[in-house]
Write a protein that binds this ligand. Structure first.
Ligand code: MSP
Length: 509
């Protein structure tokens, strides 16, 4: 059995999840589900980044005097939100957990012993929004472009990590492993940063300016800089320092999914930290783009933050998944709008997919006594609506994280089946008593629906199961088959009793 491990960023808990963090996590969930569907053993990790000033400020703003209480409440809120969104992560790490602290200390010792930590004074730009020291090259009109805030210049005596020791090794790794930074369009930006701008980074903050964080092992007056501790979550969550067997099994991870805002941390600092400590590097880091909302940057001050939990009260969860997976090309920026969601929900989901399922099952009920008809295979010109080359395209797109294209392939099959029904007119075949052709036509559509259920399993998992139930199949048994078998045309057994049920997607939204 192959293995596949993947992670999302760990999120700050200064607020609840929004459509951006939900996007990253839903995509990761679809990848995890796809890998499981292929038979891989999967480890899907997410969590919360808790040793941050931002969280402390949010706690104070909300009147909490006990930071731990605030963090516990917020971490639980994130977990509940992810449960509401049906996410299938295998682990959730909080960076205030003991297993993380143990891992961070152990990791720090390694880079310290290697001679990669030194004390010096940092003077430069700091963006409070990023919680990061930033270089002049990052600034646009003197402001951090991500947070549109003027960066402060600060000077502090800190401990530094010799990031620049790894400049050549990083460039060589990126050169040798083109898949390490994805999509390819982002690689140059990282290469130029490493070549021309990368400096050693401060990995501690003085306690007098940073009021929370993990104690710095070498100095009681300092805490570990939050990004340095946060990145180590990818190890500590896998058992580094607490469960070596688990860690050995899952590290290196196959894929870190991140937004473009934090690619530099993941594609330069993190691999350099790992090189220093002597660990193998993750196989790939994929940076996706950002959503605006109705054309504007999402922000609390504009009041346009979209809450994914509220969204799934308005639309079925699978409709939201479908929309997020296919509205923008994974890797590029895009826009979120409720108007687009409504449009696409009505036309592509309710009218195209919902209608196909409804028609196919209604006709089976009406013309075939609610049983899957036998296919004679003798009717001329009736090729299977879903052939192996469609599977090939689907798998290729899913393997390379091109979800928009995978969805296009699946909707091609669904539209093809709707057209086929229009052409063949089962209602006329029934009237004219052309039963063999009627059976062949309906079997073709029903078996296609079974296979479409498989295509949708990682993308719209509830829908996939409901479609199988409609066909009279037990979703647990269907899923227990291997993907190779599932792709074989004709697995739907004639005489299976269907369950028509109500419409899959309500039309009025
Ligand atoms: N805590 C750090 C990550 C540490 S990982 C070791 C952090 N947290 S965050 O809460 O700010 O989350 C940032 C991530 O949220 C982005 O990288 C991206 O995955 C997601 N998004 C935040 N806003 C987004 C959009 N508007 N659009 C798409 N994704 C967005 O950074």
């Amino acid at each position: 059995m192959s293995k596949f491990s993947l992670s999302t960023p760990i999120y700050y808990v200064n607020d609840r999840p929004h459509i951006g963090t939900a996007y990253t996590t839903l995509i990761a969930d679809s990848i995890a589900r796809y890998r499981r569907m292929k038979g891989d053993e999967v480890f899907f990790l997410t969590g919360t980044d808790e040793n941050s000033q931002k969280n402390l400020e949010a706690a104070e703003k909300r009147g909490f005097t006990d930071l731990k209480k605030y963090l516990d409440e917020m971490a639980a809120a994130w977990q509940t939100a992810w449960d509401t969104l049906g996410l299938t992560h295998d682990a959730f790490i909080r960076t205030t957990e003991n297993r993380h602290l143990v891992g961070v200390k152990k990791f720090f010792d390694l880079i310290h012993k290697k001679g990669d930590v030194y004390k010096s004074t940092y003077e430069g730009y700091y963006c409070d929004g990023c919680e990061a020291f930033i270089t002049e090259s990052d600034l646009v009109d003197g402001k951090c472009p991500v947070h549109n805030k003027t960066s402060r210049i600060i000077a502090e005596e800190n401990y530094f990590f010799r990031l620049t020791n790894y400049r050549d090794a990083l460039l060589e790794h990126i050169e040798k492993h083109p898949e390490f930074i994805q999509p390819q369009s982002r690689r140059n930006e990282i290469v130029s940063y490493i070549k021309d701008f990368m400096k050693d980074v401060s990995i501690s903050r003085q306690k007098k300016t940073a009021h929370c964080g993990i104690d710095f092992p070498l100095d009681a007056d300092q805490v570990i800089y939050v990004w340095f501790d946060a990145l180590i979550n990818y190890l500590s969550a896998l058992g580094y320092g607490s469960d070596e067997k688990l860690f050995k099994k899952w590290w290196p991870m196959d894929l870190h999914i991140v937004g473009k805002d934090i690619l530099k941390f993941h594609a330069a600092l993190w691999p350099a930290m790992l090189m220093s400590a002597g660990f193998p590097l993750p196989k790939a880091v994929f940076a996706h783009g950002f959503f605006t909302v109705n054309g504007e940057k999402m922000s609390k001050s504009l009041g346009n933050v979209v809450d994914p939990v509220e969204l799934v009260q308005l639309y079925p969860l699978d409709a939201v998944r479908y929309f997020l997976l296919s509205e923008i090309k994974f890797g590029e920026d895009g826009d979120f709008s409720l108007t687009r969601l409504k449009e696409r929900y009505e036309s592509e989901i309710a009218n195209t997919l919902g209608n196909l399922v409804h028609r196919a099952l209604s006709m089976t009920e009406q013309y075939c006594d609610s049983r899957v008809p036998p296919a004679s295979g003798a009717s001329e010109g009736l090729d299977p609506l879903c052939e192996i080359d469609i599977w090939r395209a689907y798998n290729e797109y899913m393997d390379s994280y091109r979800f928009q294209e995978a969805v296009r392939v699946v909707w091609g099959v669904i539209r093809g089946a709707n057209q086929f029904i229009e052409q063949e007119k089962p209602w006329s075949l029934y009237k004219e008593n052309k039963i063999q052709r009627l059976n062949d036509v309906l079997y073709n559509v029903l078996e296609t629906l079974r296979q479409v259920g498989w295509f949708l399993l990682p993308l719209m998992p509830d829908t996939a199961e409901k479609m199988w139930q409609g066909l009279g199949l037990d979703p647990a048994l269907e899923k227990a088959q291997s993907l190779e078998l599932a792709q074989v045309w004709g697995r739907l057994k004639p005489r299976t009793k269907i369950n028509k049920g109500g419409p899959l997607f309500p039309k009025e939204k």
